[in-house]
Structures are given as structure tokens and as C-alpha cells.
Design a protein. Sequence first.
Length: 175
Amino acid sequence: MDNSGAKTINSSVSRLTPMEVEVIELFVQFSRALGQPRSVAEIYGLLFVSHLPLTLQDLKERLNISLGSTSQGLQFLRELGAVRVVETPNSRRTHFAAVAELRNLAGSFLRQQISTHLNDSETRLERIGKQAKALTGEARAHGLARLNLLRSWEQNGREVLPFLLEMLGGKEADI
């Protein structure tokens, strides 16, 4: 269990096995590093460890999270390619299962998250350039030096991303 004082899954422990709790907490740790919401990690973690596909309602109840968080989390995970819909005989409800191929997940994450931010950075860097040029003296020199560093980082990201995507077996992003 998480000892950092952050929200833990204690209110629903009776509905989760000890292994499920540990796997979920592992994905929560990963999600912090990637800046993703805790609920997304909880949903993926439970689907990852579950031997059966689960419904939206199953996830909501077992994780003790809101319907909105459950729905949004599933939507995000489906768009990322981390969750798939599973046909379940004799059920009208939609069931979900985790996609566990790391290569696909990493490629999808890079395409969806990183390339989007790289594309958005150009306009922001232009604004930063105008603001830096409006400064005077040492502040201007420092601001322009930092702008050059940011542009270098952005360029390096643009050069590395297609290589990473190719290495992961994915399609190149439009960057």
C-alpha cells in the first residue's frame, strides 16, 4: 500500500484481493511519473490483473470511484489503445480488458501525448521569444539564452520521437 498519505484504495479493499491492490498501486506509481490521473491507473491496473473482462459498473464499484472518472478513464485508455472492448455472450453490457503489449502502449502514448505537446510548443516558443526581446539588459540576455535552450530541446524531441516510434514498431507521428 502507498504510505505517502495519498489516497489509497482502502475503502474498497474488501472488494479487491491483496494482489489486485498491489498491482493497482504499482500502476498508480507509474501514472505519477507520467502525470496521469490516479483513477486512470486504478482502472488500468484492475483490468490488467483481472482474469475476466469487467464492465464500467464493475470498475466503478470495485475501485470506489465516480461514474464520471470511470467513464473518462475508460475513454482515455481506449483512445490510447490500452483497453479493448470484449464481446461477452449473453450480456448487453460492454466489457473491457487491458491490452498488455508494452510496445503498443508506449507507441500510443508517445503519439498521443508527446507529439501533441511538441506541436503545441511552436506557438508558445514564438510568444516567449517576443516576451524575451521586450526585456532589457541581463534579463533580456538570460531570457534569449533560455529561449534558445527551449528551442534546442524542442528540436531534439522532434528528432528523437520518430526514432522512438519506429523502434517501438509504431507509425511515425506527424510532428
